[in-house]
Design a protein around this ligand. Sequence first.
Ligand SMILES: *Cc1c(COP(=O)(O)O)cnc(C)c1O
Length: 374
Amino acid sequence: MEQGNPLIVERSNYRFEFAQILAPVMEEIEAVLLSGDYILSQHVSRFERAFADFIGCDHALGVNSGTDALVLALEALDIGSGDEVITVANTFHATALAIARTGAKTVLVDARINDFLMDVSQIEAAITPRTKAILPVHLFGLALDLTSIVELCQRHNLYLIEDCAQAAGAKVGGKRVGSIGNIGCFSFHPSKNLAAAGDAGMVTTSDAAIAHRVRGLRYFGQRERKVHSEFGYNSKTDAVQAIVLAHKLPFLDEWNELRHRQAERYRSELSDLQIAFQSSNFDEHHVYHLFQVQTSEREALRTYLVSRGIDAVVRYPCPIHLQPPFADLGYQRGEFPVAEHLADTTLCLPIRPDMNSKETEYVVGSVREFFADA
Ligand SMILES: *Cc1c(COP(=O)(O)O)cnc(C)c1O
């Protein structure tokens, strides 16, 4: 490697995402700016229709964020104080935060060491008479096979809510995530595979009654005009975000495929090193929101890569049960050993649809040099 002039390898490239769409996006945004039709509006319904069709469900409802999508989904199912919702200790904070926000109790199970996802085999033992829903997470872009959870939900009369924030477009069993459970929750935070120009989120469902309830909840609890049937939220997608998202959506499958190819290069060119990857059985399962490598040298590797201009980051260094606001759930360190181990040992290498060979070679070369020196 040349000295003194390292490449900078970033995690996102918004110029690339807008390359083919900037002119029509700006034209529509300009018209909206001058019309004053900023919130919800036809632009939002157009994107909701397109997203529902893309996911393969009947309804999609735009909200302020992925976190709100989860909160509104839970409330639409009447989940609150006295109820329990089962999720996984290895996830982004917002999954568990949303449950806590409704007043329900967050019940955790551990992750699996091979694919870093919810350990489905631990769910049944966590079910109590108060359990209302199971909330699995398609983490890092990898779709969790929900077959056995669907079966559990039927047997115990529970709802299934999918946290799809990191996996827009991923498929499992031929279906897109977000179309399998009762409700799917998506985030379009700028870091996600389908990125808005700010915060935005979406609730997907094929249940008309749930859709009706979410529509009211996002609009001050108003189910009919001027009648506030319940305390709702103010959580509506705005037109500017919907314009950006509607123009990007047609590219999502192609971008996910490019992420996949990038991941394959990392996997094959780093396969002989002392690092592990998130295992995945079928290509269509993984849309590689993040590319995780697992190594006991995590901190040293991160420092080394960052010093070489490579934007490697840790997601997430502290599992849910060890975060301060969840202390009163009473979980101890050691209770979810796999989630704790992953929190200590995983590192994300930069992955973008537009990464070029020079960048890939630079990241691969840097990781290899680190292990050669170690
Ligand atoms: C990003 C994310 C969320 C929250 O989405 P926001 O739009 O940031 O509120 C929820 N769950 C997971 C797994 C996420 O990655």
